[in-house]
Write a protein that binds this ligand. Structure first.
Ligand code: PXL
Length: 279
């Protein structure tokens, strides 16, 4: 596959800010973002929103970072380092979401923002307070270039059960009406044997991205990886449809390279790029 252009050695690469939670198992959250950023040649800035206590079997607890500390991390890095794109993952609470949105506005940021509205782990452990949904819809979505919910998050956010192509379109319309410039309804959890159809909508046109389904239960961090690769491509100036197409191919490769880990679900892996780049 075509990769993003790498900066020459010692040249400053594109910078992407992730605002997300830490996964002690190293497969999702900030750790997934940083693996993808590094393997795509992007420098990661990080605002930690929460520290989760988890392994491959599940999330046993998490500790939120105070909202003003999340805001302060963003305020520290953006004017100094400069970013070409940002993404959000686990934001945990309405206070943190509000702090991120307020900070984004205060800094007058105009770079692309990918909002992955993480609400639960793959084991079903809650990573977002139910009282935070209003803040997500009302404060953060209107600032987003792209939102990337999975079907569970679509149900929580717009109350639509996506079961087929028609309901997927209805969900894309409802999500777009909340204010992001683009909405991506990820179809990875649709009951299709061969394909995983993602639907992108900008209020006018629908774009479908149909990747091959990879048969693996080692898919921890797949959503984070898709959003991180999309943000990386946007940082390089890709259009949103081109960035999503690139990210979809990237996550498919990462699913093919996923490895077993622990007693539960292993992570998707961008480490395949290490052997690809030395060939
Ligand atoms: O994959 C979603 C996700 C995001 N961020 C953190 C997570 C998870 C899933 O477990 O733990 C911190």
């Amino acid at each position: 596959m075509e990769f993003l252009p790498l900066a020459p050695p010692a040249a400053t690469p594109a910078r992407v800010l992730t605002i997300a939670g830490s996964d002690s198992g190293g497969g999702a959250g900030i750790q997934a973002d940083m693996r993808t950023f590094a393997l795509l040649g992007v420098h990661a800035c990080v605002a930690v929103s929460a520290v989760t206590v988890q392994n491959t079997v599940g999330v046993s607890s998490f500790h939120e970072v105070p909202a003003d500390t999340v805001a302060a991390q963003i305020e520290a890095v953006v004017p100094d380092i400069g970013i070409q794109a940002a993404k959000t993952g686990m934001l945990a609470s309405a206070q943190i979401i509000t702090a991120v949105a307020d900070t984004w506005r205060r800094l007058g940021l105009t770079v692309p923002l990918v909002v992955d509205p993480v609400s639960a782990s793959m084991h079903g452990d809650a990573l977002l307070a139910s009282s935070a949904l209003d803040a997500l819809r009302d404060k953060l979505f209107p600032l987003a270039t792209l939102v990337t919910p999975n079907l569970h998050e679509v149900r929580l956010l717009v109350g639509i059960d996506v079961v087929d192509a028609e309901s997927q379109r209805a969900a894309a319309r409802a999500l777009h009406a909340l204010g992001p410039r683009w909405a991506l309804v990820k179809g990875g959890h649709l009951p299709s044997a061969q394909y995983s159809p993602d639907l992108l909508f900008d209020g006018t046109d629908f774009h479908e991205f149909s990747g091959p389904r990879v048969a693996t239960t080692d898919d921890h961090g797949a959503g984070d990886t898709l959003a991180a690769a999309t943000a990386s491509a946007l940082a390089h100036g890709f259009t949103v449809p081109d960035a999503v197409a690139f990210a979809k191919r990237w996550v498919t490769q990462c699913l093919r390279a996923a490895y077993p880990l622990g007693r539960g679900h292993g992570p998707v892996s961008p480490l395949f790029r290490l052997s690809a780049s030395t060939r």
